[in-house]
Design a protein. Structure first.
Length: 120
């Protein structure tokens, strides 16, 4: 299994490599191409404009799966896993984080603040 994350950052040239890669590993490796919501829209737009190689790539994509937004319960559980038990802080993180990356950033930054203040 090959997982390519942040595919929305791939250039046109790199997207063409995905076409070749898929052909090379078709019988022995699955590929997951993960990207932001706009990734599919961008590829569909490039396909419609008949940009070189994109139609061929699109024929090799078997299924599109859009992930659901992170649930508040999942955000709370991540906080608990990282040792955050203060209910006010957890509510703040849940209310102010849109992506999982936001949750991790709050947890990381909270950890930095705690370590700075505990050193004094």
């Amino acid at each position: 299994m090959l997982i390519i994350d942040e595919a929305g950052k791939l250039s046109h040239r790199n997207l063409l490599y995905l076409h070749d890669l898929r052909d090379s590993v078709l019988k022995n490796t699955g590929i997951i191409i993960a990207g932001p919501k706009y990734f599919q829209t961008t590829l569909l737009s490039l396909e419609k404009k008949r940009i070189e190689g994109i139609q061929e790539l699109m024929r090799r994509i078997n299924i599109w799966i859009e992930l659901q937004e992170t649930l508040a319960a999942e955000k709370r559980e991540i906080c608990k896993i990282y040792g955050i038990t203060n209910s006010s802080l957890i509510r703040f993180i849940v209310a102010n984080s849109y992506h999982l990356g936001d949750v991790y950033n709050y947890i990381f930054n909270f950890g930095l603040l705690v370590s700075r203040h505990s050193d004094k």
